[in-house]
Every structure is written in structure tokens, then in C-alpha cells.
Write a protein that binds this ligand. Structure first.
Ligand code: PXL
Length: 284
């Protein structure tokens, strides 16, 4: 549903705001805003930094604000074409379990940001994974990395180091069935020694994959950049595969444009790849 009197599509973004580290809200807002979308930002928590390697970060839970903010928007007839949820935090996940069903009918993208490289992020546990699975049942599109997908399926996370194409498609298929999803994008899948793949399914276009050479370097926030660019592509009318390939290329270009001595905790240089991304939408 497009907001009245406007052709600009609107996206509600809800995830944490980490003050330092270029992850989650701090990259979703600039990417989606620059892509010409009307963004609404609903931060779930305020952290001094992300939880990946800066020591004892502060954490302020903002989730008690969410229901009141949603009620105020409803009273003003403010609605959204799409909803993008990423890293939420323990308390906000519970709030969204109540709130998300009320937004049924929108394009709901859930990036179940909770783990990577075979490990849960600090502060998360098996209960968080189980509740993320419940939330996934209210999403239309799920974009886990391989570790998150294995956790959501209750499979051994040791497999995150390398799987083959057949296993990757099986994982996509199992996720689709378990959470009754319209669309799935399994991201950052290491296939072979020097390649990285994205494997997807859409109810409309079936299964597809896209494998490319891995750009060396591992940075925080790449999953958030990918999901943000994916959402931007979908809002510009791209099919899922085209949106995922564009998002994957955007992340690869961001990494390629990052100084080799840059501290990976601060994320890649996505700003240098943003003009390229926006060009993809203009050419459409
Ligand atoms: O999506 C990465 C991310 C987002 N938000 C917070 C994080 C991380 C990764 O560590 O800690 C707070």
C-alpha cells in the first residue's frame, strides 16, 4: 500500500542503533534513504558500539517505546509498504512477536541477525533462536546467513565453514517450508575455497543461485548492507534474484573499496559503492 498522495514507497526499519561500528540502523537508513525511499526508523536499543569486539558496550533497551510509537502512527494513518527487521535484541524480539502480526500484508523482510561464523552474537542464546523462529513465521522474506539458517533449522553449526550447492538449496527449501515463507535468501555461503554464494527461492520464480569470487576481507555490517540494498532493489521493482545479485555486488564493491589496513570492526567503505548502487536503480 502506497502512502496517500505519494508514489514514494515507504519502509519501516526496526533494529538496534549502535553508535559506532556502521551496522544495522546506522547503515540501513543511509542506504534506503539514498535509494529514494521514505524511511521510518524505529530503534529497538541504543548501544555504544555493536557487540563484536569493542569490549563492554552499553545497552539501553528501547523496546517499551515500540507499541506507543506504532499506536501514534496508526492514529495518524501513517502506514508502510514494507517492513525491515534486523538485529532486535532480547526484549524487542518479544515486542515484535506481538506487533508484527498487525502488519500482515506488507512486504516483511526479516534478517534474523543473531550469529555469524558458527557463533551466536554476544547476549543471545537458544531461547533467542527459538523466538526468532516464531517471528520468522510472520515474515514474507527471510535473509539468514549460513550460521543463522543452521541455527533456525536446529542443524549443527559446524557446517557453516563450507557446504556444497546441493546442501545450500536443501537449507533454503527447509527454511521455506518450516516458516512458510514467500521468499528466502541464504547469504554469504562459502562454496569452494574462493567463492561465496547467495541461494534463493521465491514462490513466483522458484530456486536460483548466484556464486561469485570472494573479495578478501571480513567486516562487520555486511549482512546489514546486503539486506538494506536487497530491500531497496525490491522497492524499485527488482525481482528477488536481481535484487540479491545487485545487493551482493554492492557489498563486494564496498569491501573492494575499503583500505586494506582498515579496522574490520568499523565495517567496509560502503559509501564508495553507494553511487554504483543508486545507478542500478536509475538505469531501471
Ligand atoms: O548485524 C550485525 C550487528 C548488528 N547490531 C549489533 C551487533 C551486530 C553484530 O555483531 O552486535 C548490536
Amino acid at each position: 500500500m502506497v502512502e496517500r498522495g505519494s508514489k514514494v514507497k515507504s519502509v519501516l526499519i526496526s533494529q538496534d542503533l549502535s553508535c559506532v561500528g556502521q551496522v544495522s540502523m546506522a547503515v540501513a537508513l543511509p542506504v534506503l534513504g539514498a535509494a529514494g525511499l521514505r524511511t521510518a526508523a524505529l530503534p529497538t536499543a541504543l548501544l555504544s558500539t555493536h557487540t563484536g569486539g569493542f569490549g563492554a558496550n552499553t545497552y539501553l533497551d528501547l523496546s517499551p517505546e515500540i507499541p506507543g510509537i506504532m499506536d501514534h502512527w496508526a492514529s495518524q494513518d501513517i502506514s508502510f509498504d514494507a517492513v525491515y527487521l534486523g538485529y532486535l535484541g532480547q526484549e524487542a524480539l518479544d515486542v515484535w512477536l506481538t506487533e508484527l502480526p498487525k502488519l500482515a500484508g506488507r512486504l516483511i523482510l526479516l534478517d534474523p541477525a543473531m550469529a555469524d561464523h558458527g557463533k551466536l552474537y554476544r547476549g543471545f542464546d537458544a531461547g533467542y533462536v527459538a523466538r526468532m523462529g516464531e517471528l520468522a513465521q510472520h515474515a514474507a522474506l527471510l535473509t539468514p546467513n549460513l550460521t543463522e539458517a543452521l541455527l533456525l533449522l536446529g542443524q549443527p553449526v559446524e557446517k557453516h565453514e563450507r557446504i556444497d550447492r546441493k546442501e545450500a538449496f536443501e537449507i533454503v527449501s527447509l527454511l521455506q517450508a518450516k516458516f512458510d515463507l514467500d521468499q528466502v535468501v541464504l547469504t554469504g555461503v562459502p562454496v569452494g575455497t574462493a567463492e561465496i554464494g547467495v541461494f534463493g527461492f521465491s514462490r513466483w520464480d522458484g530456486f536460483w543461485d548466484s556464486v561469485q569470487a570472494r573479495v578478501p576481507g571480513s567486516y562487520f555490517g555486511t549482512g546489514d548492507l546486503f539486506a538494506s540494498a536487497l530491500m531497496a532493489g525490491l522497492m524499485h521493482g527488482f525481482h528477488l534474484q536481481q535484487a540479491a545479485e545487485t545487493a551482493g555486488a554492492f557489498v563486494a564493491k564496498s569491501i573492494a573499496k575499503t583500505a586494506p589496513d582498515q579496522d574490520p570492526r568499523f565495517g567496509p567503505n560502503y559509501a564508495a559503492a553507494l553511487p554504483w548502487l543508486l545507478g542500478q536503480f536509475l538505469e531501471k
